[in-house]
Ligand binder design. Structure first.
Ligand code: G3P
Length: 299
């Protein structure tokens, strides 16, 4: 029998979960810390709220310093450039700055620019009509995309239809915790989208987001989300408990109202799906507020 010593890192890597693990954050130091704990990090997601919480950015804001839009973009770029080499093939998601009136053309302009920052970028666009137009144009140019603030099966169907023919995987990010906050069982949305995509061509991957607990993480594995983005504190908890995986008898301890399954035809044009959702609107407003909190003449 071989007595080759197995390092701690190798032992941890051998226990890879069924979903790719992304760190949901805006601090390269945190990503390094999690990589040390788990032995790997597959990817990273960022957004304007998380960038505003980056220690350096938060320190500046606390000291009364504010940035111009171009300084903020330079700071964002520096942060993702530090994170980029720390992660595996799930890449680093970078979010465009969009309010409720930002046209697709402007989102695309930002997306192209952000895509040039690092070789493993996924550009995040909101799940709105303008966001989907920008995503459609992006995939046609070979830019990888992650459609964020997804709160309904219809929105996920529209993402699928708008990005049909993409040459690289497209991510859709359903926000589990915010649906829970609204009294629903957010994990049902993951299950419903996975079931819907089972009859598709596989070009859209489910990235479970707004993960708040170990139960969310384990249930994301259980439902077969291809990726899950997780705050550092939940990953620390998972690591501390020995990186458990759900077994055959796993059941999710849900308290919220069930989200009903809808029979949707993925071959329909994306514009035919009703993609309006109050939580998408609120999510955009929150990102705008957090972004503006770091800017000069914050309003
Ligand atoms: O991955 C999306 C995430 O950053 C939003 O999380 O906890 O603000 O709903 P949360």
């Amino acid at each position: 029998m071989s007595s080759t010593p197995v390092t701690d890192r190798q032992a941890k890597t051998a226990r890879r979960p069924p979903s790719k693990i992304l760190v949901d954050g805006g601090d390269p130091g945190e990503t390094k810390h999690i990589r040390g704990l788990l032995g790997f990090v597959d990817g990273q997601t960022t957004n304007p709220t998380l960038i505003a919480k980056n220690p350096e950015v938060a320190r500046m804001v606390k000291a009364g310093q504010r940035m111009s839009e171009s300084q903020e973009a330079a700071e964002y770029r520096k942060i993702v450039q530090e994170i980029s080499p720390l992660v595996g093939d799930a890449g680093v998601s970078i979010e465009v700055f969009a309010d409720l009136n930002t046209p697709a053309k402007e989102m695309l302009r930002q997306g192209r620019e952000m895509n040039s920052w690092i070789p493993n970028a996924y550009i995040k666009y909101p799940c709105t009509a303008e966001g989907l137009k920008a995503a459609q144009a992006s995939v046609a140019e070979g830019i990888r995309v992650n459609i964020t603030l997804c709160f309904s099966q219809r929105q996920a169907a529209a993402v699928y239809a708008a990005t049909r023919g993409a040459r690289q995987p497209v991510y859709v990010s359903p926000f589990v915790g915010r649906l829970d906050d609204a009294g629903q069982n957010g994990m049902d949305l993951i299950a419903n989208i996975k079931r819907m995509f089972a009859s598709g061509d596989g070009h859209v991957l489910v990235l479970a987001a707004s993960i708040r607990s170990l139960a969310h993480l384990l249930c994301s594995f259980h439902y077969g989300a291809e990726l899950v983005t997780v705050p550092a504190k939940v990953l620390e908890d998972w690591s501390q408990k020995g990186m458990p995986l759900p077994d055959a008898s796993y059941s999710y301890p849900s308290a919220g109202k069930a989200i009903a399954w809808e029979e949707l035809d993925l071959s329909r044009p994306w514009e035919s799906f009703d993609i309006r959702h109050e939580l998408t609107t609120k999510g955009i407003q929150k990102f705008v507020a957090d972004y503006r909190s770091t800017l000069e003449q914050a309003s």
